[in-house]
Design a protein around this ligand. Structure first.
Ligand code: HXC
Length: 269
């Protein structure tokens, strides 16, 4: 689908995208690139990074892949530094890396609970914390007129109520949303950094869908949605573009559900 945005809305910007090699993260990487940004993607799997970078470069997008685990502060620091060394600035950080599996609360180990909290919540904090120096107004590589950069955290809607077999992810995404709001307040005020979030609904063709909604129950999910359809990765990337380019310049601390209104409730039957 064509983009409604002009192709230069992110011209000259540099975006670092965790989990940017696959799923929603890759779609954000490629749409940001198609709209003028240079892209650094971070992930744990070398082959996934290499394939993603090749695809981005084949579209003419300047791109690098940096191996690292967001759970480790030293990896976060190294990847942020390498992005700056390579491109000379960092304007946008997207935290799209996430971990997930279905598990009933009574069967979930402490380590299982902690692992997802670590990837989603601690990982998001680590990346934001390390990138602050470069995103803040007047930071390295930033011209004095351009203000601060922006951060976009990908969460979910499942913690708005409760979700079966997702206690660990619900807790983690609630922490991500709290992190978004608190950083928006502190860093918006002090450093002119805008911090926003996107809460995707069920998006087809993602690891989340295949892990959480096996094919046999997908039609049931559709029946319970107000407009009876799944979202596309494109829908999330367009929301990400809106929040990350000048169209979103007065938006700070927003967590935008992009789920076709599913979080509001079930349709009439
Ligand atoms: C119960 C499980 C489990 C499962 C892992 N664990 N899988 N418990 N059921 N299916 C437990 C393990 O037993 C272990 O605890 C602990 O979790 C850590 O597991 P590891 O395999 O050692 O962790 P790690 O190698 O770091 O892998 C992390 C992972 C993995 C989250 C488990 O799936 C992963 O790396 N995922 C990344 C990609 C991903 O999930 N993408 C989907 C994102 S979708 P013990 O006690 O045994 O040591 C998404 C959508 C969210 O985020 C919103 C949806 C609406």
């Amino acid at each position: 689908m064509d983009s409604p945005f002009k192709p230069d809305v992110l011209k000259g910007k540099v975006a670092l995208i965790t989990g940017g090699g696959s799923g929603i993260g890759f779609e954000i990487s490629s749409q940001f690139g198609k709209h003028g940004a240079s892209i650094a993607i971070m992930g744990r799997r070398r082959q996934v990074l290499d394939d993603a970078v090749s695809e981005l470069r084949s579209l003419g997008i300047p791109a690098i892949g940096l191996e690292g685990d967001v759970r480790k502060a030293e990896d976060a620091r190294r990847v942020v530094e390498s992005t700056y060394q390579h491109f000379g600035r960092i304007d946008i950080l997207v935290n799209a890396a996430a971990g997930n599996f279905l598990a009933a609360a009574e069967d979930l180990s402490t380590n299982g609970f902690r692992t997802v909290l670590d990837i989603d919540a601690v990982g998001t904090f680590n990346m934001c914390h390390e990138a602050l120096k470069y995103l803040k107004k007047g930071g390295p590589g930033r011209d004095s007129s351009s203000g601060g950069g922006s951060i976009l955290n990908i969460s979910a809607t499942l913690h708005y109520t409760a979700s079966w077999y997702q206690i660990h992810v619900s807790a983690a995404k609630a922490a991500v949303d709290a992190t978004t709001r608190n950083l928006a307040l502190e860093w918006g005020t002090d450093y002119e950094i805008r911090v926003n979030g996107i809460a995707p609904g069920p998006i087809q063709g993602t690891p989340g869908m295949s892990k959480l909604v096996p094919d046999e129950i997908e039609s049931k999910v559709r029946e319970n949605m107000p407009l009876y359809k799944l979202g596309d990765k494109w829908d999330i990337a367009m929301a990400a573009l809106y929040l990350s380019c000048d169209s979103g310049k007065y938006v700070n601390g927003l967590i935008m559900p992009v789920d076709n209104g599913l979080w509001l409730g079930k349709p009439r039957h």
